[in-house]
Design a binder for this molecule. Structure first.
Ligand SMILES: NC(=O)C1=CN([C@@H]2O[C@H](COP(=O)(O)OP(=O)(O)OC[C@H]3O[C@@H](n4cnc5c(N)ncnc54)[C@H](OP(=O)(O)O)[C@@H]3O)[C@@H](O)[C@H]2O)C=CC1
Ligand SMILES: C[C@H](CCC(=O)O)[C@H]1CC[C@H]2[C@@H]3C(=O)C[C@@H]4C[C@H](O)CC[C@]4(C)[C@H]3CC[C@]12C
Length: 280
């Protein structure tokens, strides 16, 4: 893996994204917003989406200033699969095709002990998982035609069970199951569409900092660098991206060989006393 990272650093060229037609979901804030800016600087055609129209408008305007080949937005909620399909159709209408589909949005969830609400898990699965599958199916003909890329933004919490994120973690594990299986079928069927699953550690977005900073002791990694690494991994057709590497890949090595040690180290990171303050 370290070797793959080293090679992709050497071979990645920003010009690879020039003129490429990209959809980015969850791009009104956080990592998605940063990916939109990076792609704009690289000269891509961009279609961004989220629920809040005013925020999207501002992000799209900034993308145009930064040099995007074009920048459009469409607002709506990903709990609605008709909307998920509509976003893909909009890209087809605007760009006449698609090179990269970046699936990044997540719905609201709580950060705390599991409260037994299975209905919340069902709703979160629709936003964080089923809309990803729906958009993938809808975009596949265009991606096959372009030999394009699917980029799935997941989490360390989608590879290792962590406390306080039961519904969220469930949805992220589902992404691994779906996309890792699909990737294997693509190899088998010689479908020239890459699938990159991004395993992220704690990143300094407003949402993450506001949600967990009282509970998690470790520092958060910069969202700008995170966005760059995701785009690079997608463009280089890497099967997985680990960011930050030390906080994700190294613990992953422990997951199957020393699970108790990993659980011990993870739990040491959590200050559960901060949780009650979090709810105030
Ligand atoms: N930050 C972190 O520490 C980590 C983040 N990640 C992953 O990175 C990705 C981005 O996270 P981050 O940038 O922190 O999150 P943010 O909260 O900053 O961004 C989430 C985005 O999703 C949109 N969104 C929320 N609800 C919906 C909905 N129902 N339908 C459509 N869009 C919606 C939001 O916009 P709006 O409200 O306008 O709809 C926003 O654009 C996620 O996949 C997350 O799991 C993984 C590991 C760590
Ligand atoms: C602190 C965790 C790192 C693992 C460890 O304990 O050593 C973080 C790894 C993944 C993070 C969560 C995540 O995936 C994104 C969430 C979505 C929201 O933006 C709120 C924050 C998160 C729950 C975030 C919290 C820190 C991690 C669990």
């Amino acid at each position: 893996m370290a070797c793959t990272k080293y090679l992709s650093n050497l071979l990645f060229d920003l010009a690879m994204l020039k003129g490429k037609r990209v959809i980015i979901t969850g791009a009104s804030s956080g990592i998605g917003e940063q990916m939109a800016y990076q792609l704009a600087k690289m000269g891509s055609h961009i279609l961004i989406t989220a629920r809040t129209e005013e925020k999207l408008k501002k992000v799209a305007e900034k993308c145009t200033e930064l040099g995007s080949a074009s920048a459009y937005y469409i607002h709506g909620s990903m709990d609605n699969m008709t909307f998920a399909k509509q976003v893909v159709h909009e890209a087809e209408r605007l760009f006449g095709g698609l090179d990269m589909l970046i699936l990044n949005h997540i719905g609201y969830t709580y950060f705390g002990f599991f409260d037994g609400d299975v209905d919340h898990i069902r709703k979160l699965l629709e936003i964080n998982f089923l809309s990803y599958a729906t958009m993938t199916v809808e975009a596949l003909p265009m991606l096959k035609a372009s030999g394009g890329n699917i980029v799935v933004v997941s989490s360390f919490a989608g590879k290792v069970g962590l406390p306080l994120t039961v519904p969220y973690s469930t949805t992220k594990f589902a992404l691994d199951g779906f996309f890792s299986s699909l990737r294997m079928e693509f190899y088998h069927q010689k479908v020239n569409v890459s699938i990159t699953l991004c395993v992220l550690s704690y990143i300094d977005t407003d949402t993450a900092l506001n949600t967990v900073s009282r509970v998690i002791q470790q520092p958060a990694a910069p969202k700008e660098e995170c966005a760059y690494e995701i785009i690079k991994g997608g463009a280089m057709r890497q099967r997985e991206v680990y960011y930050q590497y030390e906080a994700t890949k190294i613990p992953m090595l422990m997951r199957d060989w020393a699970p108790e040690l990993l659980e011990y180290l993870v739990l040491k990171n959590y200050n559960v006393d901060g949780l009650s303050k979090n709810k105030e």
